[in-house]
Design a binder for this molecule. Structure first.
Ligand SMILES: Cc1cc2nc3c(=O)[nH]c(=O)nc-3n(C[C@H](O)[C@H](O)[C@H](O)COP(=O)(O)OP(=O)(O)OC[C@H]3O[C@@H](n4cnc5c(N)ncnc54)[C@H](O)[C@@H]3O)c2cc1C
Length: 430
């Protein structure tokens, strides 16, 4: 009998639990340790922030679904992982021992790295449902009173898609409220160019996003380092290719939503051999930690090196489909170890992204996510908004039903030529 523990019940963790459960034998045990008993669909947060969704529409109570599937839930959350002792210390002081641990804890939001940044300071956030709900009130005030808005991400951020999404969604919400003419908007980003996305662009994301910003009257500052944020004022240094300051800006704002840099959560940060200096789980191509070989990592929690050199630090996004490929590979590999075999499954890390603008959007496929690529495609249209809404409904239903990949999803993925694991992508260890 093996005890597998999944740490974190977000997008990666819940799917991980479902896929792992399907591979375990009747005598094996599966436990999920999460901060709280609720799953929240993070990609809906930009809609929550403008009032197009409510918390209950994008959340799922996990206990009943897990109980039906025979998965134990510990909602106390982890205080510290002790990989040398094969146990997780919970916040209530109890311990959960494991034979195999899969870390899926998402990001710790590093607002503290820029003075005045974040919901406890002077800017809004959409990274968490609580933040998005608070942002909703701030958006309401903006619609009422008008004034400049700054949207974007700070240096070290890796998740740029939602920043662009939110800029265009806010633009749509303001237009619908007939308040857009009173809100000059600026997009502030450390990316070296609009549409870089931490991926050195995908297809023509540079051209598509620049053009969309011009059409929507959104100005931008790239290579932008936010040094501090005061109430109603953001201090930004614009750097040149060598990283030297070429202009300093003091930008007034009535509303600002800036994505922070991410780092690993405190429960794993600083564990020698387990994490990199930012606290992300070090993994090999099998999603497995090279030091603690019964520990795996999936999702935003894992360490991925940046794509090429940029004047300011710009991380690589870990997007939904890429995370799903990590999940599938990890389920295969943990099941192999339990069966006394060696891991061989390697995730493709393909990125399939739908960036919603509120009434249309941009889609891109990067296959694999990190260049050089076999597929490097982007496109724009109203269908993207429809597809994103459809995906939200479909994904939440999947979580509520306790299923990972349905037969129909597999068929659709096959038809599109996108597979979570590269065809017969197994790589035996040397
Ligand atoms: C606003 C936003 C929008 C996004 N939109 C998209 C999109 O449209 N498409 C796309 O492909 N990607 C999108 N992403 C990127 C990515 O898909 C999501 O961030 C996704 O939720 C990441 O999944 P995850 O499982 O790694 O982390 P999360 O979904 O964040 O889950 C982490 C889980 O770990 C838990 N946890 C944290 N600390 C502890 C602890 N100490 N103990 C126990 N549990 C803990 C948390 O409670 C949470 O349940 C978006 C990201 C953001 C921030």
């Amino acid at each position: 009998m093996s005890h597998v523990v999944v740490l974190g019940a977000g997008l990666g963790g819940v799917l991980m639990a479902y896929e792992m459960k399907a591979k375990l034998g009747p005598s094996d045990k599966l436990t999920v340790v999460n901060l709280g008993p609720v799953y929240s669909f993070v990609p809906s947060n930009p809609w929550v922030a403008v009032g197009w969704r409510k918390r209950e529409e994008t959340s799922v109570e996990l206990a009943p679904v897990f109980a039906k599937r025979g998965i134990a839930l510990r909602p106390e959350g982890a205080k510290r992982v002790h990989p040398a002792e094969n146990r997780i210390e919970l916040t209530n002081g109890e311990s959960v021992p494991y034979d195999y641990l899969i870390v899926a804890t998402g990001p710790d939001l590093a607002f503290d790295e820029v003075p005045g940044l974040g919901p406890a300071g002077n800017t809004s956030s959409i990274c968490h449902i609580d933040h998005a709900e608070r942002a909703r009130a701030a958006v309401g005030a903006l619609i009422k009173s008008g004034g400049p808005a700054i949207i974007g991400a700070v240096q070290g951020a890796s998740c740029f898609g939602p920043a662009y999404e939110f800029a265009f969604i806010l633009d749509t919400a303001l237009r619908r409220a007939k308040a857009r003419d009173r809100v000059p908007m600026t997009f502030v980003t450390p990316e070296p160019y609009i549409g870089h996305l931490g991926l050195d662009g995908v297809g023509d994301t540079k051209g598509l996003l620049e053009s969309a910003m011009r059409e929507h009257h959104i100005k931008w500052i790239t290579n932008a380092k936010v040094t501090k944020v005061e109430s109603g004022k953001m201090f930004v240094e614009e750097v040149d290719e060598a990283g030297a300051t070429k202009a300093s800006h003091e930008l007034p704002f009535a509303f600002s939503m800036m994505l922070p840099a991410f780092r690993g959560i405190p429960a794993v940060h600083g564990i020698e051999g387990l994490t990199n200096p930012r606290g992300f789980i070090a993994i090999d191509k099998y999603q497995r930690n090279p030091v603690f070989k019964n520990v795996f990592g999936v999702g935003v929690a894992v360490a991925i090196p940046p794509v090429g050199k940029t004047p300011l630090p710009v991380g690589v996004p870990k997007t939904g489909f890429m995370i799903e490929s990590m999940v599938t590979a990890t389920a295969e590999n943990v099941a192999a170890l339990i069966a006394g075999k060696e891991p061989e499954a390697v995730a493709t890390w393909n990125a399939v992204c739908l960036a919603d603008f509120g009434d249309e959007g941009i889609a891109f496929i990067a296959q694999p996510q990190i260049p050089l690529r076999n597929v490097n495609w982007s496109s724009q249209g109203k269908w993207v908004h429809t597809a994103k809404v459809g995906f939200e409904k479909y994904f939440l239903r999947k979580i509520r039903q306790g299923k990972s990949e349905t037969f129909y999803e597999r068929l659709a993925l096959d038809a599109l030529g996108i597979r979570k694991l590269k065809e017969i992508h197994t790589e035996p260890a040397a």
